[in-house]
Design a protein around this ligand. Structure first.
Ligand code: PHE
Length: 380
């Protein structure tokens, strides 16, 4: 009977290993895994859906062009249901189970902040397309963003309110459960007061609230000329309707969190003429924006909002960083992200600064009918 010698076993093992490598049977090695966490369902679902459409578009384009480092990219998107706790859970899963080399997300600052320590401890680069709260990237050398930050956004909107609109007596209504809302309200207040403005009344609510009549009644009693509302579209729409019902007719001003196709659907005409700041105007006629908007429309059947565009830019930048890393290893991708300079994004030129943020202009939009019309650009 034939009994294999030890040397035969060793050589057949080596041969098997070699064949496996050549035939590409080891799936982890011939594909690159990128993770994404997003609010695909829940209260801020349009944020997650738009953003992941944009990311998917960028990754599909990269794969169609041959992938990166000679490999195709697998994008694994997990739904955090618009909950910060769930964001932490799914990002842990992306890193520990899926073994992704980088993570994209989230839109909302509080959910990116929930994922931040997990990415940092595991040394997996985290790139947020849209989270603007100042603290998101602070003290975490694996956390990056490609958007402006709220100290800039709040300052710009304070100037717009005090100088362009010439309104010096404001009330603020903020969401105390949202890091974004708290930070943006602080930045606005600081600059508004510097410009001689007065905050006559400050009221608070919690994400998910539906009735804002008590806060709005207190605000109305003080007779402000303008209301600053740094919040997300779900509550903004309800607040605007209830303000109108209470006979409040002053302009309401807000930030990027207003941006959603659902805003006007819910608010009706209650926000007509009001203003908010954003990362891009999709009505921009420059070829780079127009071409993107046309292609997005063809693919998804709708005009993108800012998150669709930022998601696309973030997807492009992560692919570029993987390419520049030369190895596809998380640490090298981190270093490549830190070195991104003058990247031609659809939302503008993107340079990652020493604080892992991007300095970019913002655009103030006015709500007219069902559209958002650009009225002013603000440079960083
Ligand atoms: N900037 C918001 C935040 O940090 C998220 C957001 C970005 C919402 C862009 C809409 C558009 O929470």
């Amino acid at each position: 009977m034939y009994s294999p010698k030890r040397s035969d076993l060793v050589s057949s093992f080596l041969l098997f290993t070699l064949l496996t490598m050549l035939s590409g049977c080891a799936p982890q090695d011939d594909r690159i895994k990128i993770g994404q966490f997003a609010s695909i369902t829940g209260k801020e679902a349009t944020f997650g859906i738009s953003c992941s459409n944009g990311v998917k578009m960028a990754i599909d384009e990269a794969n169609a062009a041959g992938g990166v480092l000679g490999k195709q990219i697998d994008l694994i998107t997990l739904d955090d249901q618009t909950k910060a706790g769930e964001a932490a859970t799914v990002v842990t899963k992306l890193i520990n189970q899926e073994k992704v080399v980088a993570v994209l997300g989230e839109v909302a600052s509080s959910r990116t902040l929930a994922a931040k320590p997990i990415a940092q401890q595991n040394k997996i680069p985290l790139l947020t397309p849209a989270s603007t709260n100042a603290t998101v990237t602070e003290g975490a050398d694996y956390v990056f963003r490609i958007c402006f930050i709220d100290p800039f956004q709040g300052t710009a909107m304070a100037k717009f309110t005090a100088t362009t609109l010439q309104k010096k007596k404001a009330a603020i209504l903020k969401d105390v459960k949202s890091d974004y809302s708290i930070g943006l309200s602080e930045a606005f207040t600081k600059k508004f007061k510097e410009l001689g403005g007065e905050i006559l009344e400050e009221q608070a609510f919690s994400s998910g609230d539906k009735d804002f009549k008590a806060q709005l009644t207190s605000i109305k009693a003080k007779n402000p000329e303008v209301i600053f509302l740094p919040a997300y579209y779900t509550e903004v729409a309800l607040i605007a309707r209830q303000a109108k019902e209470l006979g409040i007719n002053v302009p309401i001003v807000g930030g990027d969190g207003w941006d959603s196709p659902v805003l006007i659907e819910t608010a009706g005409d209650a926000l007509e003429g009001c203003y908010f700041s954003n990362h891009v105007s999709v009505n921009d006629t420059t070829p780079v924006v127009k071409n993107f908007v046309d292609k997005y429309k063809q693919l998804f059947g709708t005009v993108p909002d800012a998150m669709g565009v930022l998601g696309y830019d973030a997807g492009k930048i992560i692919v570029e960083a993987i390419k520049e890393s030369k190895t596809g290893k998380p640490e090298d991708i981190r270093n490549a992200l830190a070195g991104i300079k003058n990247f031609p994004g659809v939302t503008g030129s993107i340079t990652i600064d020493e604080n892992r943020n991007a300095n970019k202009p913002l655009v103030v939009l006015q709500i007219k009918g069902s559209g958002f019309v650009p009225v002013e650009s603000v440079m960083p």
